[in-house]
Design a binder for this molecule. Structure first.
Ligand code: NAI
Length: 246
């Protein structure tokens, strides 16, 4: 049976993707940030994955750190034998207006959202090249497509993921590996729970469907991109935003 590695899978969209891929029949390697609370949440997600009859194990790593990613990828390979799908989901926001943003606030978001994707594309990509197959999906954002005030760091990191997806798709395509991204709009998760009521209603004015998306609506597109049905789709970024901009 195939194995999927999902980063930042202890809550929100990542947890939902793990459950969906477990339902699809993947064994699940759940990455979580190395903290007690993330570990406890990830264990609950793993337990729910196992209810689909697949194996699910936890792998603690800060994905911004290359050596922790290296150790994790080796451990997943040893425990599961292969990495057939990789979902780069881990991400953070540290919002603030550009002209007031401290340098460290910019760098922190780039490290977690962008450098982590390089780490994982390189390390899991090398495993997939040896296997001669693989599916990679990264979480971009509408902020990377259109920009968003207060998110110079976040939008830079997510736009970078779109470019990295195209480059990796071109480098890995001949080896039977597809590399795609999804760009969610406003999805109901702990990340967006942090927004004020005013920010939420302003955002909804822009959404054609006049509602927030659910994590399951991201997971279903990731599931498609990780399936055999998407065997000739690569280098693409699929927007999942309820019709934000057209
Ligand atoms: P969330 O905050 O609920 O979950 C993010 C997960 O990433 C958490 O489990 C967290 O522990 C993990 N994480 C953070 N830093 C990490 C690190 N250094 N190493 C390992 N894990 C780490 O966020 P949500 O909403 O589930 O977002 C998931 C992805 O979807 C992110 O990449 C986010 O940028 C993206 N996204 C979310 C949108 C939304 O509206 N919620 C919209 C567009 C994109």
């Amino acid at each position: 049976m195939a194995t999927a590695l999902i980063t930042g899978a202890s809550q929100g969209i990542g947890a939902c993707i793990a459950l969906r891929l477990a339902k699809d029949g993947y064994h699940i390697a759940l990455n979580h940030f190395p903290s007690d609370s993330d570990k406890a949440n990830a264990e609950k997600v793993a337990q729910q994955c196992r209810e689909f009859g697949v194996n699910a194990e936890l792998f603690a790593a800060n994905v911004a750190d290359y050596s922790q990613c290296e150790t994790m990828v080796q451990a997943v390979k040893e425990q599961f034998g292969s990495i057939d799908a990789l979902v780069n989901n881990a991400g953070i926001t540290k919002d603030g207006l550009m002209i007031r943003m401290p340098e460290e606030q910019y760098d922190a978001v780039i490290a977690v959202n962008q450098k982590s994707v390089f780490n994982m594309l390189k390390l899991a990509g090398a495993v997939m090249v040896r296997q001669k197959h693989g599916r990679i999906v990264s979480l971009a954002s509408v902020a990377g497509l259109y920009g968003n005030p207060g998110q110079i760091n976040y939008s830079a990191s997510k736009a970078a993921i779109i470019g990295m997806t195209k480059t990796a798709a071109k480098e890995l395509g001949a080896r039977g590996i597809t590399v795609n991204a999804v760009a969610p709009g406003f999805i109901q998760t702990p990340m967006t729970d942090a927004l004020t009521e005013e920010q939420r209603s302003n955002m909804l004015k822009l959404v054609s469907m006049k509602r927030y998306g659910e994590p399951e609506e991201i997971a279903s597109v990731v599931s498609f991109l990780c399936s055999d049905d998407a065997s000739y789709v690569t280098g693409q970024t699929i927007e999942i935003s309820g019709g934000l901009m057209m």
